[in-house]
Design a protein around this ligand. Sequence first.
Ligand code: FES
Length: 115
Amino acid sequence: MDTAPLIALEHLAEGGFAEVEANLDGDAESLVLYRDGEAVRAWLNVCPHAGRRLDWAPGQFLKSTDGWLVCAAHGASFELQGGECLAGPCRGESLRAVAVEVRDGAVWLKRAASL
Ligand code: FES
């Protein structure tokens, strides 16, 4: 169960990205968070092209003038609603979404429905 938020919402700039580590099913995974107004979306920080991290340095993500997230390795470009690659070597593939929610001024992993 999550006992700590991933990040305070105030530390995530509007239209900006952040990198956080989260425990997913017992594994520490790097996530990219993207803030869109009061909403936040999250994906694994793993590019579907060659499995590299998307950031060029921890927490440093590239955003194109079209407003797409650009993988620092070979330039795959992802739209920021569904995380689909629209240009580059993995066009048509998508980032793996991670369910998060904004609560009490912070971003949390969304609790999975109990099994
Ligand atoms: S690993 Fe992202 S474009 Fe190649």
